[in-house]
Design a protein around this ligand. Sequence first.
Ligand code: AMP
Ligand code: FES
Ligand code: ZN
Ligand code: ZN
Length: 310
Amino acid sequence: MKCKKCTKKAVINLKSYNLSLCAEHFEDFFVEKTRETIKRYKLFSKNDIVIVAISGGKDSLALWYVLKLLGYKTHGFHIDLGIKFNNYSEISKQKVINFSEKNGLPVSIVSLKESFGFTIDEYKKMGQRTACATCGIIKRYLLNDFTRKTGADCLATGHNLDDETAVLLGNLLNWQMGYLKRQHPKLPASYGYFAPRVKPFCERTEKETAAYSFLKKIDYVQDECPYSENASSIFYKKIMNEIEQRSAGTKLRFLRGFIDNKKFFSEERGVEERLDICLNCGQPTVSSPCAFCRIVQRFQKVISSERRES
Ligand code: AMP
Ligand code: FES
Ligand code: ZN
Ligand code: ZN
């Protein structure tokens, strides 16, 4: 198999583009396509400061790398969740620090334990809710909080095409109109509180981000989160891969088709739902205290009752 652009040996075959490419031409392709996505969805501009949410995994590190190559002003942000199994959080944090130093990119790190007194492990032990669901609320809250407080223009995450189409399929199958309304590569600022959120890799497949990270020798955490128990998301990804196998390009068509027809899912576009204000932290919420403050309070309650008993 030869590269379609030169005579060198191809390292990847991108069926949906009917394209085989050598390492050099694939790297160019990957960066150029990311640039196109940023332009297509008007995600941000060269004057903007972009906070990049870095987990230590391949997608977010590759995203940070590509945004730097494209000349954007970025600042990394990592949340140390305190997951001890397989030393997951410590290894993730170390990969983030190493990458930031190697590439001269600034990063801020927040430790859940140091800032809020508990880790995801400790929360899981309380057995109140699945760790992943709680973790998702915590991450969303802290990522938004950091982006707002730094006065940055938007928050970028490493979600890729496989993530986006799996979520889309799940939301459609269950007619989750609320989620469908909010699914977009660019979520604008809302309620004067939530920072804009963008997904520059939403049109890059997991195969592409893995290949790019490998070719660029990006040292990322290989393990999945030990608590990742979202079986349906894994199942939907598998289904999407099978469909893609039969009909190359389906994932991209599915996502773009949805975005082009977004109006059918957004009748009340522009009309913000009325929300309360969390009496604890000031965040707009359906009912006070907000989900994040409830998690923190629940943990503190358990800790103080344990102290009383001992
Ligand atoms: P996940 O939900 O774990 O698939 O992660 C989706 C995206 O959320 C990643 O690509 C990152 O941009 C961001 N993210 C996940 N975990 C963290 C973390 N611990 N700290 C900062 N950002 C994160
Ligand atoms: Fe938070 Fe898995 S990354 S529980
Ligand atoms: Zn080539
Ligand atoms: Zn709150």
